[in-house]
Write a protein that binds this ligand. Structure first.
Ligand code: IMP
Length: 420
């Protein structure tokens, strides 16, 4: 289909990079629509591992790639990725387009993110400390610096001077941190501006033209549905809109231009950072899933909390994204287990049970999972699904009324089964 959105259907880290990489092969333009260097896609191609944080992973497949207005961009990180891709033989100029309306993550955003988390102590959100929340906050208060500001040295200097003056007050007086030196910042960012100038583009026009000429456009979200600022498990969320509708907002195209929404979910669930997690595994299987699935953050290296597959949360993801098909990743991680609990309902504090994610945060915070246990398959997954693995997949499809069209069976690019 001409316009497809790939969305994380859980709390991020669903293995979207690999699915994007796969679907990118048949796409003409790959578009990242939200987040910034808090994301981390791991792609394994021909034995080489790529860990990409900002550039759409389609670039590894040599596809035209765009970063939309709804993203935040850390210039230093972006330049680092451009350099690394160049070293590994990938062309980026003429292939990567960055929206002039995207906002910049500045060093004070990073400093403030860490300082706020430290101050929150036990109540911290567990952010990636990459400056994401403070950058989006400045965007919303309309004092942010945008990618297009890099194109005009005079405006850039003006904006940097203003920003440094204000942020230094916060850093010094509120958080007792070292202030930034305005001239050092101006010199560094004028340098970044020169590097990034060739990549700045009108990405709304780019996507519109691509769709009009019949090209296939793939929108990739970072993070996941339950980390959505509006619809996720607030305040334990990120500061942007990972849900599918975010793609239309970020790229400035009408919502009716989107044809398909592919939800990516692990065959179990993981979450990094704080916040409620109903199907979180209790007991030694927690460490076992973590180890078998190598569940450590791509960006922060933090241990990911592991849970059994949660169909209540997935049903919510199907609803808010309009998911038309699902990719179930890392099914192979479950091959070691004789019995597989799947969360089918939540039991609320008053004893009632629900198949739908509670709308009120207190209900969600206190609910308990109701599991049904499915049989494991007890062998490695080869070129086809063992019978019990097929039953596991069918159970998910039946519960959600959405087809599972792709199943991930290993880290390498080719370890994906297409189901008809
Ligand atoms: P922030 O996006 O750094 O502000 O972090 C807010 C929340 O989103 C925290 O719970 C993070 O752990 C989580 N988060 C942000 N990016 C990712 C990601 O790429 N994968 C999983 N969790 C993420």
């Amino acid at each position: 289909m001409p316009a497809t959105v790939i969305v994380g259907a859980q709390w991020g880290d669903e293995g979207k990079g690999k699915i994007v990489d796969l679907l990118a092969q048949g796409s003409d333009l790959v578009c990242r629509y939200q987040g910034g260097p808090n994301a981390g896609h791991t792609i394994v191609v021909g034995g080489e591992t790529y860990k990409i944080r900002q550039i759409p992973s389609g670039i590894v497949a040599g596809k035209r790639s765009a970063i939309g207005a709804g993203c935040v961009v850390d210039p230093a990180v972006l330049i680092g990725e451009l350099d690394e891709l160049a070293q590994r033989g990938h062309r980026t100029e003429g292939l990567l387009f960055v929206s002039g309306n995207a906002h910049l993550v500045m060093p004070w955003h990073v400093a403030l993110d860490g300082a706020r988390e430290r101050r929150l102590g036990r109540l911290q959100i567990g952010t990636t400390r990459r400056g994401i929340g403070p950058a989006y906050a400045d965007k919303a208060t309309r004092i942010g610096i945008r990618v297009q500001d890099l194109l005009d040295p005079k405006i850039l200097r003006q904006k940097l001077e203003l920003a440094v003056a204000e942020k230094n007050v916060w850093l010094e007086r509120v958080y007792e941190l070292e202030p930034f030196d305005v001239e050092e910042i101006v010199t560094a960012y004028l340098g970044h501006a020169e590097r990034l100038r060739p990549y700045v583009a009108d990405t709304s026009l780019l996507v519109d033209r691509a769709l009009r000429s019949g090209e296939r456009v793939l929108f990739e979200g970072a993070q996941g549905t339950l980390l959505d600022l509006d619809h996720g498990t607030y305040p334990f969320v990120t500061s942007s809109s990972p849900i599918a509708a975010g793609a239309a907002v970020s790229f400035g195209v009408g919502p009716r231009r989107i044809d398909e929404v592919v939800g990516v979910a692990k065959a179990y669930v993981t979450r990094v950072g704080e916040g409620p997690f109903p199907s979180e595994i209790e007991g030694p299987d927690q460490a076992r899933v973590q180890e078998l699935g190598h569940e450590f953050g791509t960006v922060t290296g933090r241990e990911r909390r592991c849970g059994w597959l949660d169909l209540v949360a997935l049903r919510f993801a199907v609803r808010v994204n309009g998911i038309t098909s699902l990719a179930l990743t890392k099914l192979d991680v479950l091959s070691d287990f004789a019995a597989l609990p799947v969360c089918v309902r939540y039991r609320l504090e008053d004893g009632t049970e629900t198949e739908d994610l509670p709308a009120h945060q207190s209900d969600f915070h206190h609910c308990r999972p109701v599991f049904e246990t499915l049989a494991g398959w007890g062998c490695e997954i080869g070129d086809s699904l063992p019978r019990a693995a097929q039953a596991y997949v069918s159970f998910v499809e039946g519960a959600l009324d959405v087809p599972v069209t792709l199943v991930g069976t290993g880290a390498a690019r080719e370890r994906v089964l297409a189901l008809s």
